[in-house]
Design a protein around this ligand. Sequence first.
Ligand code: G3P
Length: 219
Amino acid sequence: MKLFLDTANIDEIREGAELGIVTGVTTNPSLAAKEGIGGRDGYRSAVQEIADIIDGPISVEVVSPDAEGMIAEGRDIAEWIPNPWVKIPSTTEGFKAISVLARDGIQINQTLCFSVNQAILGAQAGSTVVSPFVGRLDDIGQEGMDLVEDIVAIYRQYQIPTMVMAASIRHVLHCTQAAKAGADISTVPYPVLKQMVHHPLTDAGLARFLQDWEKAGGA
Ligand code: G3P
């Protein structure tokens, strides 16, 4: 399972890149707004800065409500950076846009996926990757990870090439569960990525090794 960072914060992306394990970034209008990034030009500059740091797919979301607008935006975004994944919502207008953009050869991240049926439709339309939103389903009392499991199982059963990206990841257990469910990618907020590194026994073990080394004479 690959790890992407779910953020538009440049410092977090730089730090994630230094770890050497982040192979892509996902953004959305809320994440951009949180960083004070506004307007099309502002979003484009931020995305270009991210693409200078991360040599992998960067997901960039459209904001038009209709297919025509999404298609125009998607074609524009496709010119911004070398490896864009255009994020299109799982709506009627979204599926229309996905099928047109996918035929153009543009990579699509089908976002806001909350059901197996939406994932089936997206695969037919030509989504490169589908993003089930795990945390938001948990929020409404539905087991979000079941959706990831079901989509992975169905895609495998029919050898559907669309990838599955666990999104709306809220904590480290989600990452473990997504990997067990067979997700191709998990996109994680930076604090979750940092938590994935730590284990108290690693810290205690390292302290003990260094202590013993010093006792034996040190370097
Ligand atoms: O990847 C989707 C993500 O940005 C949504 O996360 O925590 O707002 O549900 P959240």
